[in-house]
Ligand binder design. Structure first.
Ligand code: PLP
Length: 403
């Protein structure tokens, strides 16, 4: 079978050990080619049922009494994320707030933990919210962002970061998988280099939690944050997770002191005393409905197993790149993603000057992708819900429109 035959894609689907997982999701329009699971993951069927239960039984019937079972959702769901996809210990991950707010909390905590150091390192191509938070925080706290210029395909490399490291650096922070290129950084090596100069490392795993293997413990990562609505299928606007390595939890202080971080919350005491564990990184009342949805999404990923999920992501992106080589490389495109599978996540970026026009035209022929400025069509190949025939169809449509 030729690689470019649809039947080749169908054969890959037939042999896919995770193929049956697609049926665990709500798919209203089977003809839609959805290649944007890295912006918003599909809805698991179990989530709809769980939400009905949470709303009618726990809220409708249980009312305030249900807080008994709700109060520890941030830590319970956090522990599930820790073991299912992050390679972290129980008590190292909680769910709260947005990725943006969690990133702020952890970045401030890191900067405050190194009061004699005023430099933060990140890259110019990092996700906008991370860059904005760092800018705002640096302005407010008299710190400086030392911007790393990066190759827009390869992303931050240890050899580029190393020359910027010095004993004035408090914090080194990057995305593990870059939102545009899909480039995967060497988290272990860059963290180790940051530690050598006494800095802390904070990683944004929004595009890697649930798509690639991660071992925050073994990688010796200090701090991390990530979304739950992408590869974890938590639903639109579902709150984010944050990770703080156990040994740092009593040392670091986050800046948003609220009653959910207070040691004896319901004593309603006069002065703030932070919890002794990770709950100190909570602030206000958690979003119970969203947490119930995240629990179901992560449970599906856990059941499938992150190793198998990551294998499928690698196979899908390999296949997409093979079709790119066959169909698109000669049409004036640039592959905006590393070709080496260990150096990328589960999305790829195909670049040409008219990418925005192509993305709009693709929607018209039933293919949902993302346009990312200035010139990238981003194809998110969420492993649990994307078929090889979807990749085939999506790339074929791009070829037809681009000719
Ligand atoms: C999607 C994404 C976010 C989103 O942050 P929110 O606060 O949830 O809007 C943050 N960082 C990265 C790298 C992302 O890809």
């Amino acid at each position: 079978l030729a690689l470019t035959d649809r039947s080749h894609a169908a054969a890959l689907d037939a042999a896919d050990p995770l193929g049956a997982y697609r049926e665990r999701f709500v798919i209203v329009d089977p003809s839609l080619i959805y290649l944007d699971g890295n912006s918003l993951g599909r809805l698991p069927a179990a989530t709809a049922a769980r939400l009905v239960r949470t709303v009618t039984e726990e809220w409708g019937d249980g009312l305030i009494r249900s807080w008994d079972q709700w109060i520890d959702l941030p830590t319970r769901v956090g522990d599930r994320i820790a073991r299912a996809v992050l390679g972290a210990e129980p008590g190292e991950v909680v769910v709260a707030d947005s990725t943006t707010v969690n990133f702020y909390k952890l970045a401030v905590a890191a900067l405050d933990a190194r009061p004699d150091r005023r430099v933060i390192i990140t890259d110019v191509d990092n996700f906008p919210t991370d860059r904005y938070v760092l800018e705002g925080m640096a302005t407010a706290r008299g710190a400086t962002v030392r911007w790393l210029e990066v190759d827009t395909v390869a992303g931050p490399q240890l050899d580029d970061v190393a020359p910027l490291l010095a004993d004035d650096v408090a914090l080194v922070t990057f995305s593990h998988v870059a939102y545009r290129s899909g480039a995967r950084a060497d988290m272990t090596a860059i963290t180790s280099a940051a530690h050598e100069v006494g800095a802390l490392a904070l990683w944004d795993l929004s595009h890697s939690a649930g798509s690639v293997p991660v071992a925050l413990g073994r990688s010796n990562v200090d701090l991390a944050v990530g979304c739950t609505y992408k590869y974890l299928h938590g639903g639109p606007g579902s709150p984010a997770w944050l990770f703080v390595r156990k040994s740092l939890q009593s040392e670091l202080k986050q800046p948003i002191w609220g009653w959910f971080g207070q040691r004896d919350q319901f004593a309603m005491g006069s002065a703030y005393q932070a919890q002794r564990d990770l709950r100190a990184f909570l602030s206000g009342t958690p979003s119970v409905l969203a947490l119930a949805a995240i629990d179901e999404g992560v449970a599906l990923v856990e059941e499938a197993g992150i190793a198998a999920v990551a294998d499928k992501g690698r196979a899908l992106t390999d296949y997409a790149i093979a079709l790119y080589n066959a169909w698109l490389a000669d049409l004036g495109f640039l592959l905006g993603t590393p070709r080496e599978s260990e150096q990328r996540g589960a999305h790829i970026s195909i670049r040409r000057a008219d990418a925005d026009v192509l993305c709009t035209a693709l929607v018209g022929v039933g293919v949902v992708t993302d346009f990312r400025r200035p010139d990238a069509i981003r194809l998110g190949l969420a492993p649990l819900t994307t078929r090889f025939v979807d990749v085939w169809q999506g790339l074929a449509k791009i070829r037809d429109l681009a000719k």
